[in-house]
Every structure is written in structure tokens, then in C-alpha cells.
Write a protein that binds this ligand. Structure first.
Ligand code: ADP
Length: 221
């Protein structure tokens, strides 16, 4: 079963249907309706997403591994491994693009997230930021369109989900503001917990529309 971006609600839709809980925190960025229509949070399997690019949480060998990486290699088939063999690996924070073979998406960006260490917090944050920004840059370079991100480094690599999600979302906000070629960024979350975290953090970076004042009837009833 495949899901295309047109089947996935945008942030604007989620705010409209009140599927995102109200946040008490002060937004860090201004409200922008057009940007809210270019972002989605979707719980599902990234190998079933039909987008222009998906982003794989790879390791530095780029030859496949566990978690989302293993799922992508299994679903894409052996030709993906053959192409990856020719890439010569990648450094942490670096991203390389391949075809997607049997997957419904067109391209795969393989990005190498940091293995989290609390004693190297700043370095890990810079590397994770680079994963997101280089993936977005490569999506633009390949013609833009839709891009689905897995939650880089937050599985086996142990990056705390809250901090990683802030980096994912803030990097996207600045990138989408600077360029129109990416029509949709889809955060593919695999668990209910991750979905809740993304939904709790996103209003700070992509705020909801300002609430309209109560109607006369509401105000006087
Ligand atoms: P890392 O080694 O970078 O931490 P993992 O693959 O262990 O990468 O985990 C990254 C994220 O991918 C985790 O949130 C995990 O739940 C999620 N994940 C695992 N399989 C899939 C899948 N098929 N589709 C989308 N996300 C997945």
C-alpha cells in the first residue's frame, strides 16, 4: 500500500481540525499560512511513501543496517545495495543520493546521523542540523517537490527525541522560507510517542493561525 503526499493532511489541515493540541509556549517564528500548507506529520512506514525523495537514517558505510535503513534496503531491493557500494561511504552529517528502485518514491537521500553522546552535545547538534540541511539542499538540487524524513538518529543512535525534533523542525523552517522548490516536507513518525512529540513541538516553529475573537453570541452566552 502506498500513500502520496496529496493523501496526507498538512499542518494547516491539522490546525483546522484541531488535531494538534494548543501550546502555551511562545512561538519562535511568525504565523505563515503558506508554510503551514507545506509541512506534514505522518505516522507510517517510510517505505510506503510515494514522494520525490525519502531520507534514510543511514550509517557511515551506506551499505544498510538495522531500523529504518534495513527496512528501506529490504523494500528497495538488491540494486540499491549495488549503487550504495559505489558511493564510498559518508561522514557523519553528510548525505548522498541514490535511486529508490522498488520503492514508490523517486530518490533516497542517505544521511548519516550522529551517534548521540551527552558530552558532545554541541557537535551532535551541528551534525544533526547538517543531516537535515544537506538533505533539503539535495532535494532542491534534484528538482524539489516532496521529501519524507525519518526521525534521524533517534532510534539506535540514541539522540533524545525532543532535542532532535527541534533541530529537524527548525532546519526545515529556515530552509522552506528561503526557497519555494520544496512543496512538502513530511515528518514520517513511526510511533505514537514520536507523533505526540512532533505535534507538541511544531507550534513553536510553524504557529497556528491566531485564534479569532469569540463571536458576539459566544461572548455573551
Ligand atoms: P538511527 O540509527 O539513526 O537512530 P533508526 O533506524 O534506529 O536510526 O531509527 C530512526 C527512526 O526511524 C526511529 O524513530 C525509528 O522508530 C524509525 N523507523 C524504523 N523503521 C521505520 C520505517 N519503516 N519507517 C519510518 N520510520 C522508521
Amino acid at each position: 500500500m502506498t500513500t502520496s503526499p496529496s493523501d496526507i493532511p498538512t499542518l494547516a489541515d491539522l490546525y483546522e481540525s484541531k488535531a494538534i493540541p494548543q501550546s502555551d509556549e511562545q512561538p519562535k517564528y511568525r504565523y505563515d499560512e503558506a508554510l503551514n500548507k507545506r509541512v506534514s506529520i505522518w505516522r507510517g512506514d517510510i517505505t510506503e511513501l510515494e514522494s520525490d525523495m525519502i531520507v534514510n537514517a543511514a550509517n557511515s558505510s551506506l551499505l544498510g543496517g538495522g531500523g529504518v535503513d534495513g527496512a528501506i534496503h529490504r523494500a528497495a531491493g538488491p540494486e540499491l545495495f549495488e549503487e550504495c557500494e559505489g558511493l564510498g561511504g559518508a561522514k557523519t552529517g553528510e548525505t548522498k543520493v541514490t535511486g529508490a528502485y522498488e520503492l514508490p518514491s523517486k530518490l533516497i537521500a542517505h544521511t548519516v546521523g550522529p551517534i548521540y553522546s551527552s558530552s558532545k552535545k554541541d557537535q551532535c547538534a551541528a551534525q544533526l542540523r547538517s543531516c537535515y540541511s544537506t538533505s533539503l539542499e539535495l532535494c532542491k538540487k534534484h528538482g524539489g517537490g516532496s521529501i519524507g524524513f525519518s526521525s534521524i538518529s533517534t532510534g539506535v543512535y540514541g539522540y533524545p527525541i525532543q532535542a532532535a525534533t527541534e533541530i529537524a523542525i527548525e532546519t526545515t523552517r529556515t530552509s522552506l522560507e528561503a526557497d519555494q522548490s520544496i512543496s512538502r516536507v513530511i515528518y514520517v513518525v513511526f510511533s505514537q510517542r514520536d507523533e505526540d512529540v512532533y505535534k507538541s513541538i511544531i507550534p513553536r516553529f510553524f504557529p497556528p493561525p491566531p485564534s479569532s475573537p469569540p463571536s458576539y453570541e459566544e461572548a455573551t452566552s
